[in-house]
Design a protein. Structure first.
Length: 391
């Protein structure tokens, strides 16, 4: 995050870390208690945004199992999460693509030797899924759909052989939910939905709950998916709050979960708690805490301004917007630079300073765009030029 991942969750694919095959027909290192302990440790570091410590653990696993796809897969999760922190920055993309290609190559070699190698089949599925998600984020829809087909076919084969593995239901659940809901809400993706079986959103939520409560390795990813499902699609903020508090209790240093907590309090009208959370994020950014990037601070400042405006404190909102403008001044045009300028105009309108408000709306329209939500921001600016904003 990173921004609210409305488009980033439209993936018609599986997702992030795959479950680990429990009942493999061939010997699996994934049942080795030493491996399990190391993997859980590395994942905890990763979700706590301590990427250096996570990389050290995952590097040990890669060195210990050089012919297994799990090490490269886990190592590629680190740039993937770095992308979630700075979603507009493509600098990490190639690391993810190269890592997933390596996972697929290793898996294919193992499958040629032994078609029953469940580890290889599973991580090949995971690699196609993660690569497809990144293609989806970059709006390479056809590539995303092709990778999704490969991922789903491989995952279903694993489920057929190992139906009692709870972790597998993370991928299946996310697919079932998104394949049902996304085409109904986003026309641009409807043609691609024909490449997949039909989903079922209720079944998908049940499967995600199973993965969260009973899975060995994917509980965090499943809870995060359920948080996004209820926040982005269902607009059920009470349900969202349950999941975000679960995530925050386990990973208090994850800035993405931290921002979500504040967003949910705001949506519930709990403005004092929302402001407290956003101030915490600002403080951690100022201290340089890992994961609390400029993108996280931009969100916090913008949302603090919005919280103030909900309460009619427009001068306070303008003060936060001024801080946001200083932060975004040296960064490329992004969503929060545009949103901040739009909200600045709204605050001026609410204060009766129409001339200053009009100048802000015109400046929004002069921006080049290229960010998620561009059309919505421009549309709102045009509307406010015609009719002043009233709080």
């Amino acid at each position: 995050m990173n921004r609210l991942p409305a488009l980033r969750v439209l993936v018609l694919l599986l997702a992030a870390l795959p479950g680990l095959p429990a009942g493999a027909q061939t010997a699996s290192i994934l049942q080795d208690p030493v491996f399990q302990e190391e993997a859980r440790l590395g994942l905890k570091y990763m979700y706590d945004m301590d990427f250096g410590a996570a990389d050290e653990v995952f590097g040990r696993l890669t060195a210990r199992y050089p012919d297994h796809p799990v090490g490269p897969y886990l190592q590629s999760m680190l740039p993937w999460w770095a992308i979630q922190l700075e979603p507009d920055d493509p600098a990490q993309d190639q690391l993810v693509f190269d890592g997933m290609e390596r996972v697929i190559d290793i898996s294919e070699r193992r499958l040629r030797k032994n078609p029953g190698d469940l580890d290889a089949l599973f991580f090949e599925s995971g690699a196609y899924a993660l690569r497809g998600r990144l293609h989806s984020d970059r709006r390479n829809w056809l590539r995303a759909a092709r990778d999704g087909q490969h991922a789903l076919a491989a995952l279903k084969e694993v489920v057929k052989r190992d139906p009692d593995n709870h972790d597998l239901y993370f991928g299946l659940g996310l697919f079932d939910y998104l394949a049902d809901v996304v085409p109904k809400q986003h026309r641009i993706l409807r043609p691609f939905s024909r490449l997949f079986p039909k989903g079922n959103k209720d079944r998908g939520i049940t499967e995600l709950e199973r993965a969260m409560k009973q899975g060995q390795f994917v509980a965090t990813e499943a809870a995060y998916a359920l948080l996004q499902v209820h926040y982005v699609f269902e607009k059920d903020y009470q349900a969202s709050l349950r999941y975000v508090l679960w995530l925050r209790a386990r990973h208090p240093d994850n800035s993405i979960f931290h921002v979500y907590e504040g967003r949910i309090y705001e949506r519930l009208g709990r403005f004092r708690e929302a402001a407290r959370v956003f101030q915490e994020i600002r403080s951690r950014h100022a201290k340089g805490q890992s994961g609390y990037t400029d993108a996280m601070a931009e969100q916090a400042l913008y949302l603090l301004a919005r919280v103030e405006m909900w309460q009619g404190r427009h001068d306070e909102a303008l003060a936060y917007i001024a801080q946001l403008e200083r932060l975004t001044a040296t960064r490329p045009i992004n969503e929060y630079k545009a949103l901040g300028l739009l909200r600045k105009g709204m605050a001026f309108d609410a204060k009766g300073n129409r001339r200053a408000a009009v100048r802000c709306y015109r400046d929004v329209l002069a921006m080049k765009g290229g960010y998620d939500g561009d059309s919505d921001v421009r549309s709102r600016a045009k509307n406010f030029l015609k009719k002043p904003y009233r709080s």
